[in-house]
Design a protein around this ligand. Structure first.
Ligand SMILES: Nc1ncnc2c1ncn2[C@@H]1O[C@H](COP(=O)(O)OP(=O)(O)OP(=O)(O)O)[C@@H](O)[C@H]1O
Ligand SMILES: [Mg+2]
Length: 352
């Protein structure tokens, strides 16, 4: 038994000796050449080497190689363990990666690789969550008008069609919901085109006064219908700005429709101020205003401060998300100033 144990110790020692010597093979040529050069110089210029001296030198070389191999094996094992831990997701923080002073460059590289793959994975998870949330929101928003249309049509088919008091109003309501559905689908198409990078922009100089006056002509009846005034005091006649006219029209229409939607009395004003390099465009209303805490969030897809109020008016909460993308594609940003109960201002700049 004792003999067996002894053999096991010897065989383990031999195994470690061979492994470390094998690991030191990369240094073999350098070590042997240096030792040979040293031996030759010593032999010819200092003192002739005896057989014992040669044997001692060989033993010295072997011991040196053994220790060099030992250090190398330890370092390699450390690298292998670190990489395996990263692969198996066992590392929680970058501080757990430590390869020692000699391998600090490699350690930094592995650390940055670890951080990059961690952020990539986090981003993928976030995208997946956003996608699921988006799908959930879309189905929820689609369900509302579809159920309403279905309800009105079923009631009509069940006999209300013959009832002259309600048949027309039911059809009008069903029709109103198909318009909402259409509005939602158009917004969804726009958002998906924008986010997949398929939105083609066509930038050129155009007359900002002309664009605003065209929009105003279209939107005035809606404002007046609510007893609101929609004003614009044209800026310098020939003021041209640089941008995609159609997309900016879409953004401005969205902002003006919001102003009309969220204002009960007073007026909506479009104000253009000319600056040195920019024209600043502001859509101002005297409406309900936006609470401070919601200002950042209103640009998120489907975010509405008062969901019921917005939905009742056919809003899907995608309008400002589209506006944000369009204005950002022009290298600008929408700034919001608002006071609860007093009104809001949506401001952005365009290059002259
Ligand atoms: N001028 C405004 N005054 C007050 N609140 C506003 C104004 N503009 C936007 N909001 C708030 O921001 C939310 C998001 O606006 P957004 O235009 O994205 O959606 P929506 O108007 O509800 O629906 P959609 O534009 O899709 O028809 C609105 O629901 C509303 O609560
Ligand atoms: Mg809107």
């Amino acid at each position: 038994m004792k003999q067996l144990k002894g053999w096991a110790i010897v065989s383990r020692a031999l195994n470690s000796l061979f492994t470390n010597l094998k690991a030191s093979r990369v240094y073999l040529t350098e070590v042997v050449l240096s030792a040979l050069t040293f031996a030759l110089i010593y032999h010819y210029f200092i003192y002739p080497l005896s057989l014992t001296g040669i044997v001692l030198l060989i033993i010295f070389i072997l011991v040196l190689l053994y220790f060099m191999g030992k250090i190398r094996t330890k370092e390699l094992n450390n690298i292998i363990n670190t990489i395996s831990a990263i692969r198996d997701n066992k590392l929680l923080s970058v501080n757990e990666i430590s390869l020692g002073k000699n391998l600090s460059t490699l350690q930094d590289e592995i650390k940055s690789m670890f951080l990059k793959s961690k952020t990539d994975i986090d981003n993928l998870k976030r995208l997946e969550r956003v996608r699921t949330e988006f799908l959930g929101n879309v189905s929820h928003e689609l369900r509302t008008p579809i159920f309403a249309i279905q309800g009105f049509l079923e009631t009509l088919l069940d006999g209300a069609l013959e009832d002259k008091n309600v048949n027309r109003s039911f059809l009008e309501k069903a029709n109103h919901h198909t318009e909402n559905l259409n509005h939602l689908l158009n917004d969804l198409i726009d958002i998906s085109m924008i986010e997949s990078g398929e939105m083609r922009m066509s930038f050129r100089y155009f007359n900002i006064n002309e664009l605003i006056l065209t929009i105003l002509n279209e939107q005035k009846p809606f404002a007046e219908h609510k007893g609101l005034t929609l004003d614009y005091d044209p800026v310098r006649e020939n003021l041209k700005v640089f941008g995609d006219k159609n997309k900016l029209q879409q953004a401005l229409v969205n902002l003006i429709q919001n102003a009309v939607k969220y204002t009960e009395e007073g007026n909506i004003r479009i104000i253009v101020t000319e600056q040195k390099q920019y024209a600043e465009i502001c859509v101002e209303d005297t409406g309900i205003g936006i609470p401070e805490k919601d200002i950042e969030r209103i640009f998120e897809r489907f975010y509405r401060i008062d969901k019921d109020r917005s939905r009742a008016q056919g809003g899907s909460g995608l309008g400002l998300a589209i506006v944000k993308h369009i204005i950002e594609a022009h290298g600008s940003k929408v700034e919001v100033k608002s006071e609860l109960g007093k009104g809001s201002q949506f401001i952005f700049r365009l290059k002259k």
